[in-house]
Design a protein around this ligand. Structure first.
Ligand code: NAD
Length: 264
C-alpha cells in the first residue's frame, strides 16, 4: 500500500512499462490510476488485464485517450481528476522510436520533428500540467517521473538519432525541473531503461537475428530487460520511500552501462 491516497497518471499505459506500472500502482493502493494512451482499444484491453489481476481496483482505475503531444488533451486529462483531489504522481512515459529514424544523414526531417514532438514536448506538457495541478491543490509534495533511456547516457553505434536526442532532452529537462521545484516539494526523476522485451523495441527488431545479436552481446546478464523490472523503480520513485530522491537518472539496465566487456 505504498501509494495509499495518491492520484496517479501514467501515459503510454496501453502496454509495456506503462501497463506494468499501472498494475503496480493499483496493487499498491493508489487512490486513482489514470491509464492514458493514444490507442483507445489497446488501452481498454490493458485495463481489462489490470482488473483481472487487481479486481478490487475497478472504482479507482480510469482510462483516458490522450495524445501527449497535444497540450489541450494533456490538460483535459489532468483536469479530469481535479474532483478527486488533483495529481500526486505523474509518470510521463509515452514515447516512440520510429522505424525511419536513422543517422545524421538519413534521418528524415519529418521523423526528427515527430519524435521531438511526442518524446520531448509530450513530457514537457505532462510536467507543466502536473505542476499546475499540484499548485492549484496547494500540495507540498508530488512526484513526476519521466522515461528517458540508456541511449541518453551512452552512444549507440546503431543509431536512432532523433530518439537519442529526444531522450537526452528528457534527462536535461527533468534535472532542471527537479532543482527549480525542490523547495516546493515536487520531485522530478528520470528512468533510464536498457533495451527491453516490449513491443516498442521487439517489433522494431522483428526476426532480424543479426540486429538482435548486435544488441545482446552488450548485455552483462545476457537478456533484454522486462517491463515490470522498470515498473518497480517507478513505484519506488512515486512513493514516499523516495522522499529525498530528486533530480536523479535512475538506470535500470542489468549493468549494461557499467560494463567494459561482458562475460563469455
Ligand atoms: P510500448 O511501445 O509498449 O509503450 C509505449 C506506449 O506509448 C504505447 O502504448 C503507445 O501507444 C504509447 N504512445 C505512443 N505515442 C503516444 C502519444 N503521442 N500519446 C500517448 N501515448 C503514446 O513501449 P515501452 O518500451 O513500454 O515504452 C515506454 C517508454 O520507455 C518509452 O518512452 C520508450 O522510449 C522508453 N524506453 C523503451 C525501451 C525499450 O527497449 N523498450 C528502452 C528505453 C526506453
Amino acid at each position: 500500500m505504498r501509494l495509499a491516497g495518491k492520484n496517479c497518471i501514467v501515459t503510454g499505459a496501453a502496454g509495456g512499462i506503462g501497463l506494468e506500472t499501472s498494475i503496480l500502482f493499483a496493487q499498491n493502493g493508489a487512490n486513482t490510476v489514470v491509464m492514458a494512451d493514444v490507442k483507445p482499444e489497446a488501452l481498454e484491453e490493458a485495463k481489462a488485464k489490470l482488473l483481472k489481476l487487481v479486481p478490487d481496483a475497478a472504482d479507482r482505475v480510469f482510462t483516458f485517450k490522450c495524445d501527449v503531444s497535444n497540450e489541450a488533451e494533456i490538460q483535459g486529462m489532468v483536469e479530469s481528476i481535479e474532483s478527486r483531489g488533483g495529481v500526486d504522481v505523474m509518470f510521463n512515459n509515452a514515447g516512440i522510436m520510429h522505424a525511419d529514424d536513422a543517422d545524421a544523414v538519413d534521418t528524415p526531417d519529418a521523423i526528427w520533428d515527430l519524435t521531438q514532438k511526442i518524446n520531448v514536448k509530450g513530457v514537457w506538457y505532462g510536467c507543466k500540467h502536473a505542476v499546475l495541478s499540484l499548485r492549484k491543490n496547494q500540495k507540498t509534495k508530488g512526484s513526476i517521473i519521466n522515461t528517458a533511456s540508456v541511449v541518453a547516457l551512452v552512444g549507440s553505434a546503431t543509431p536512432q538519432l532523433a530518439y537519442t536526442a529526444s531522450k537526452g532532452a528528457v534527462l536535461a529537462m527533468t534535472r532542471e525541473l527537479a532543482i527549480v521545484h525542490a523547495r516546493d516539494g515536487y520531485r522530478f526523476n528520470s528512468l533510464c531503461p536498457a533495451p527491453l522485451n516490449t513491443p516498442l523495441l521487439q517489433e522494431w527488431l522483428g526476426d532480424d537475428k543479426a540486429k538482435r545479436a548486435r544488441r545482446e552481446i552488450h548485455f552483462p546478464t545476457g537478456r533484454f530487460g522486462e517491463a515490470v523490472e522498470q515498473a518497480h523503480m517507478v513505484l519506488f520513485l512515486a512513493s514516499d520511500d523516495a522522499s529525498f530522491v530528486t533530480g536523479q537518472e535512475m538506470i535500470v539496465d542489468g549493468g549494461m552501462t557499467k560494463a567494459y566487456v561482458t562475460p563469455e
